[in-house]
Design a protein around this ligand. Structure first.
Ligand SMILES: Nc1nc2c(c(=O)[nH]1)N[C@H]1C(S)=C(S)[C@@H](COP(=O)(O)OP(=O)(O)OC[C@H]3O[C@@H](n4cnc5c(N)ncnc54)[C@H](O)[C@@H]3O)O[C@H]1N2
Ligand code: MOO
Length: 410
């Protein structure tokens, strides 16, 4: 049977413990096509095989010219020149520009040797054999110089970079078809509770739809892990342990939800506490007070409280940064910002509170109350409002720190 948690920790202490626990769960590297690397963490330095731009090219559709030939052009005294070549993007045999001539050129096409300006087509009559130029931009205008963005041989993306759309674009631009990335930690997610019923199933009195495993699995995947959701189990120690043991072999981490507080049927605490390798404790925060961490058969386990908001917040505060750090991300934390409170708030003394809020400009409005059962409010929020341990009340207009967890976009 469960016993009251005696150990108390600060948020930072438990964060450090979970980060240390997960430090070993980064399971090596793999090479994947760039097209399949979105969200992955680079495990190698990507060096630019080519500079960018690859060659000096035109920024405009127009005419490549010598400024000494066209610089004096005005409406009243236009310059008329023969068009020697047509240079669409992709032309690979562009002759040099002879003095007294221009090349018609398209955006992205190679600028011929000898040209030092591109005159946009809007400043001409658009001629194809001869062109009349009625004004010229400054010398050097509309040339995109080879290597001005990144030089060949230089570091394009350092190891540890999270590959978002722009980073994938750069990898492709410097010629990479594949990249070496960190393997995604394989994370088992297991919810517990005899009251739980799968969504879609009818509810009998006293039953609720299971939702924490969906939340946690989605959060694991978004953090860079690879979640595998086990079917939830009732408050039965034997069933819990056999489910866990049947799945641990190919897991890097187990996350459980529920069964860790002070009740008579705390399945996670009862089952794992008896092993002696998992510590259950109270963290000075709300929600997310009851926590546990340790190992089962050598595999790291983090036991999160069952209240849905507590489970979500605990993942954000402890598991996400630890997973990101294990993946080698240099800044594993969510971005934080100062914001002004739209209304007043109160908070329990001695516990750091993470309230749900919606950020609008620099102002944050609380969404719902402090209750850790308020899932509809959680779904409408996009930030966590951090209230320090020593603060018990704040008037409207106070500055608070908010954590940008995202979600609820509309
Ligand atoms: N006497 C005390 N009671 C409680 C304490 C305490 O210190 N003393 N702590 C409270 C706090 S804080 C939390 S948080 C919860 C944590 O309890 P458990 O981790 O044991 O979670 P459960 O009791 O299993 O569930 C709590 C709540 O959440 C619902 N739930 C659980 N799992 C799911 C799921 N997968 N999907 C949706 N909803 C879920 C469950 O039905 C309960 O309503 O303990 C307090 N009690
Ligand atoms: O800490 Mo519980 O997590 O408040 O609801």
């Amino acid at each position: 049977m469960s016993t009251p948690a005696k150990v108390r920790r600060t948020v930072e202490e438990h964060r450090a413990a979970v980060t240390a626990l997960l430090a070993g769960c980064s399971p090596g590297t793999e090479e994947v096509p760039v097209a399949a690397a979105a969200g992955r963490v680079l495990a190698e330095d990507v060096v630019a095989a080519v500079g960018l731009p690859v060659f000096t090219n035109s920024a405009m559709d127009g005419y490549a010219a010598r400024w000494s030939d066209v610089g004096a052009a005005t409406d009243g005294a236009p310059v008329r020149l023969p068009v020697a070549e047509d240079v669409p993007a992709g032309r690979t045999d562009v002759p040099a520009l002879a003095p007294g001539t221009v090349h018609r050129i398209m955006t992205g096409a190679p600028v011929p040797d000898g040209a030092d300006v591109v005159v946009p087509v809007e400043a001409t009559d658009g001629g194809t054999d001869r062109v009349t130029i009625t004004s010229s931009p400054a010398a050097g205008s509309f040339l995109r110089h080879a290597g001005e963005d990144i030089a060949a041989g230089s570091l394009a993306l350092p190891a540890g970079t999270v590959l978002g759309p722009a980073q994938l674009g750069l990898a492709a631009s410097v010629g990479r078809a594949s990249v070496v990335v960190r393997r995604r930690p394989r994370v088992l997610v297991l919810s517990t509770g005899s009251e739980l019923v799968a969504p879609g199933e009818p509810l009998r009195p006293g039953q609720i739809h299971e939702s924490n495993s969906l939340v946690l699995a989605a959060a694991v995947d978004a953090a860079g892990g690879e979640a595998r959701t086990l079917h939830f189990v009732p408050d039965d120690v034997d069933q819990f342990l056999s489910t866990v043991r049947g799945a641990l072999a190919d897991a890097d981490l187990l996350i459980t939800s529920g069964g860790v507080s002070m009740g008579a049927y705390e399945v996670v605490k009862d089952a794992l506490g008896a092993l002696g390798t998992v510590q259950f404790l109270a963290v000075a925060m709300q929600p997310g007070g009851p926590q546990g961490a340790g190992t089962v058969d050598g595999v790291p386990v983090v036991t999160l409280p069952g209240n849905p908001v507590s489970s979500f917040v605990s993942f954000e505060v402890f598991v996400r940064p630890a997973l990101r750090a294990a993946l080698g991300v240099p800044r594993p934390d969510r971005p934080r910002l100062p914001a002004r409170l739209a209304g007043p708030l109160t908070s329990p003394a001695g516990r750091r509170q993470f309230l749900r809020g919606r950020l609008d400009g620099g102002t944050v409005e609380l969404v719902g109350g402090a209750g850790s059962h308020l899932v509809a409010s959680l779904a409408r929020s996009d930030v966590l409002v951090v209230v320090p341990e020593e603060v018990t009340e704040l008037p409207a207009g106070s500055e608070v720190e908010v954590v940008l967890v995202g979600g609820g976009e509309r």
